[in-house]
Design a binder for this molecule. Structure first.
Ligand code: AFP
Length: 345
């Protein structure tokens, strides 16, 4: 019999009071996610329509972005959190003055997919709060991803799933309406080491730097190129769905920086997209980098920082790093896919 999320959290926390606070926060997030799932399932006019405002990064907010932000801030207020930092708000919000945790959140990931009934999600990252952070709430969201105490994401798709890690494996839970809560679908998921699929928005090809173009060229060349095997491609456009597919069956995801105005560091946000995704991926035996440096080692400058993001099957992510970090090898890359190439499969 699969164990419930509650049972899992109980065994993961033991007698550790800080972990118990993380678990309490995750339970509250689950309640909010169930509410949001019901709102999405009910449909209704305008959930995918523009709300009329923009978020901290200037993106046009959809109605559901705003609803999700409200649902999750309510859950945050009920949790042992001192600070709440959301994609939808310019600055961190102060909550309980003496609490020991902070949360960064993307309340509604994949909002451009709302109106097409494609999976969307919520991504969260839970961080410790130190005394030095209390004077200036914005500093709490400059901690490295390696300091996360818990992280994960919900997927509002054909099923409501929670993928989460508290640093001891990455676990998947499914919402069961008949049970009235989340039950374990997969304990300690492990990403297969050999990628067969890649995910990238190929419409940006002309804007990429040469190493990313060369890497993708080699994937596309398939069995006739240096990789000597064929690759499949998938791009959902909702990070949560692309990540869950990679956790389930391997592969690699890339959102590199590119030459478009404002995209030097890509599109994805470090604190509430890349860090929690990297935490789940790394605790599932995969790897996540900004191309070369582990995401969890990056030094954030603020809540809304962007970062290039490459994650997935470990060997494939390391291969991407070789394309980026070793331009001399790239220059030697023969048009006939020289046998001694570093990039051969
Ligand atoms: P939205 O929430 O604005 O739709 O952005 C989704 C997202 O942040 C992430 O979930 C996707 O992986 C990525 O953007 C898709 O970006 P492109 O639209 O540039 O492919």
């Amino acid at each position: 019999m699969a164990s419930s999320l509650d049972a899992h959290l109980g065994s993961e926390c033991g007698d550790d009071p800080l972990k118990q606070e993380v678990a309490e926060t995750i339970r509250n997030l689950c309640g909010a996610a169930i509410k949001l799932r019901n709102t999405i399932a009910a449909g209704g006019e305008g959930l995918g329509q523009a709300h009329g405002g923009t978020n901290a990064d200037g993106d046009i907010q959809k109605e559901l972005d705003v609803v999700a932000d409200k649902v999750f801030i309510k859950a945050a207020k009920a949790s042992p959190l001192a600070f709440f930092g959301s994609e939808e708000q310019e600055s961190a919000v102060r909550l309980k003055p003496d609490a020991r945790l902070a949360m960064a959140i993307d309340p509604l990931d994949g909002s451009s997919n709302i109106s097409t009934n494609v999976s969307i999600g919520t991504i969260f990252s839970i961080l410790p709060v130190e005394e030095a952070h209390r004077a200036n709430p914005d500093i709490v969201f400059t901690q490295k991803g390696s300091r996360q105490l818990g992280a994960g994401f919900f997927i509002y798709g054909p099923q409501l799933l929670l993928v989460m890690s508290m640093g001891n494996g990455t676990h998947v839970f499914i919402f069961s309406p008949s049970f009235g809560g989340f039950i374990e679908l997969s304990s300690s998921i492990v990403i297969v080491d050999k990628a067969k699929e890649f995910a990238i928005n190929a419409s940006n090809y002309r804007h990429w730097d040469q190493p990313i173009r060369s890497y993708v060229d080699d994937l596309l060349a398939g069995s006739e190129g240096p990789r000597e095997r064929d690759f499949n491609m998938r791009w959902v456009g909702s990070l949560v769905a692309d990540c869950y597919r990679i956790l389930s069956r391997g592969g690699v995801f890339l959102y590199p920086g590119d030459g478009r105005k404002g995209y030097a560091k890509g599109r994805l946000r470090l604190m509430y997209e890349a860090n929690p995704i990297a935490f789940c991926v790394e605790h599932a035996g995969g790897k996540a980098t900004d191309g070369t440096t582990p995401i969890l080692d990056l030094e954030p400058k603020g809540l809304h920082d962007r970062t290039p993001l490459v994650f997935g099957s470990k060997r494939e992510v390391e291969r991407v790093a070789r394309y980026i970090a070793d331009p001399s090898a790239l220059a030697e890359r023969s048009p006939l896919f020289g046998k001694r190439s570093l990039f051969r499969a």
